[in-house]
Design a protein around this ligand. Sequence first.
Ligand SMILES: NC(=O)c1ccc[n+]([C@@H]2O[C@H](COP(=O)([O-])OP(=O)(O)OC[C@H]3O[C@@H](n4cnc5c(N)ncnc54)[C@H](OP(=O)(O)O)[C@@H]3O)[C@@H](O)[C@H]2O)c1
Length: 242
Amino acid sequence: MKTTIRKRVLITGGTKGIGYAIALLLAQSGYDLALTWASDEDAALAAAGTLSPLADIKLIRADISDSGSIDTIHSALEGTRLDGIIFNAGLTCRDSLEEIKPADWERIFFANVHFPVFLLQRLMKSISEGGSIVFTGSAMGIYPHAVSLSYGVSKSAVHALVKNLVKTLSPRKIRVNAIAPGFVDTDWQKTKPAEIRSNIESKIALGRFCLPEEVAEVYKLSLENQYLNGEIIVVDGGYSYK
Ligand SMILES: NC(=O)c1ccc[n+]([C@@H]2O[C@H](COP(=O)([O-])OP(=O)(O)OC[C@H]3O[C@@H](n4cnc5c(N)ncnc54)[C@H](OP(=O)(O)O)[C@@H]3O)[C@@H](O)[C@H]2O)c1
């Protein structure tokens, strides 16, 4: 009898929001998963409980603002082949140029740019030929933003990183892309005041926030489509067209 080897994908911040929506879609599609989380153990256990009947789930506690978490993930995945990595977890800081402190600027850059770079460096030998890496950029890395300066600039760096990594990863037959979501209705957005939310909706051609499930479909496409490489795929419902 022929046995099919199940593929495994690592998703950082895979227990809530966009990361969880991707995890659910991939588990339903036959992938095994490694999911990282940082502080909400109840949510992590609940996510694993829902996904376990569908897939083998490894849960790894790893905070992207802590360099030690790179070792933690590397050790937890020792001997595990990975067919894909989805760098999803990210941090923001809403301090303006006048307010932001060097330590906060560095924390945002560490979490959004340095952490995925050096985690990828450690995991390179574990990624199968034909594997796929998906980063998470942002529409805020494309459109100028007065507040969240560190966030917008760090996400622009993620977009540039993807373009540069094509040169490094192509000889190893690994594809790399980024998804740049606009405004996705996760806790990140749900906690904003109603007035700010309706201001955002007024600038989106579709007039509403993106559902996590809608953007998850694009991550899956990016993971699987064999000709997609070096792209920054914007999923913003037509932001700034209104
Ligand atoms: N939502 C949007 O509108 C939007 C738009 C553009 C780009 N993005 C990007 O999409 C990604 C996910 O956003 P989201 O809205 O889904 O976020 P979210 O709902 O806040 O996602 C939370 C997930 O990330 C984990 N997480 C939070 N802080 C972490 C940390 N310090 N270290 C490691 N993991 C951490 C959480 O684990 P715990 O709960 O255990 O901490 C959880 O699994 C981010 O990179 C964000 O920049 C989001």
